[in-house]
Design a protein around this ligand. Structure first.
Ligand SMILES: *[C@@H]1O[C@H](CO)[C@@H](O)[C@H](O)[C@H]1NC(C)=O
Ligand SMILES: *[C@@H]1O[C@H](CO)[C@@H](O)[C@H](O)[C@H]1NC(C)=O
Ligand SMILES: *[C@@H]1O[C@H](CO)[C@@H](O)[C@H](O)[C@H]1NC(C)=O
Length: 244
């Protein structure tokens, strides 16, 4: 697997800022130039929510090991310090589970295989973006929705609806080019079904192997094919949020 590029290629970054700025002229001219307002701050995430996301790994050459289009159910559960992604590839059967725990352990499993990864940071806190380090990139229309856009640490661009503060979209600035579009957002909704959170027995069969695969440079493409790139980035953001 190619290493994560921690800083984005400058031309891409500039291009994205350009698009964000180009989408904003109507708003800019309406504001009184003599009374500059500070840039808006991102809305913290609710402590619990369910989101349905359409995901496109836009870098098809990277995604050639697996289908690039997915529907992801995200159950974010900060009070219990856990996070679940149910990832369904286009026309696939059983979903891929990605269960993340605050002790840094992530389980990726489907109905036949499992991979365990250990990270040095826990689950993203609700303030991972609002708590500092987000750079305002202006307004943009995403999927017809008027949004504020922020970048963070060269990892991600995050779109939130101007009118409601709901998340609308995020783009990872990495080799996968993952774009996730929030199709449904349900604050407060939890997934109580413990079976969905519990990693199956075959995740715990070979601890030595898991340790090896848990290393950041492990190959580990058999489960997930590209999705873990995004998870790694989010884990890094969690680390940054925890220390800021
Ligand atoms: C996914 O991304 C690729 C590359 O940007 C684009 O060509 C394609 O139209 C997108 N697919 C969908 C369904 O949005
Ligand atoms: C982290 O927590 C999960 C869920 O309780 C558990 O299955 C896993 O073994 C833990 N990992 C470590 C390294 O303790
Ligand atoms: C897309 O993926 C290929 C293969 O992994 C990689 O060489 C290339 O740099 C990626 N493109 C971008 C824009 O990151």
């Amino acid at each position: 697997m190619a290493p994560i590029r921690w800083s984005p290629p400058p031309p891409l970054l500039l291009l994205l800022f350009f698009f964000a700025a180009a989408a904003a002229p109507a708003t800019a001219t309406e504001e009184d130039p003599s009374a500059p307002t500070p840039p808006p701050s991102p809305t913290p995430w609710p402590e619990r929510f369910h989101a349905v996301m359409f995901t496109n790994l836009t870098n098809y050459s990277y995604a050639s090991t697996g289908p690039p289009l997915r529907i992801t159910d995200l159950y974010y559960d900060w009070p219990r310090r856990r996070n679940l992604n149910l990832v369904r590839h286009q026309l696939s059967g059983d979903p891929l589970h990605d269960v993340e725990w605050n002790n840094g352990t992530s389980f990726y499993f489907d109905d036949s295989s499992c991979r365990v990864e250990r990270f040095h940071v826990g689950v993203l806190p609700p303030w991972w973006l609002s708590g500092g380090g987000a750079e305002y990139a202006g307004r943009a229309v995403a999927g017809g929705i008027e949004c504020h856009v922020w970048g963070k640490a060269g990892f991600i661009f995050y779109y939130e609806e101007v009118a409601t503060g709901r998340p609308v979209r995020w783009d990872f600035i990495d080799v996968t080019g993952i774009q996730q579009f929030v199709m449904r957002f349900e604050p407060g909704k939890a997934l109580e079904d413990d079976k969905q959170w519990q990693a199956p027995a075959y995740c715990f069969m070979d601890d030595d192997d898991d340790e090896g695969k848990g290393k950041r440079n492990g190959d580990g493409e058999e489960v997930g094919d590209g999705f873990e790139e995004a998870i790694r980035i989010l884990r890094e953001l969690a680390g940054a949020a925890a220390t800021s």
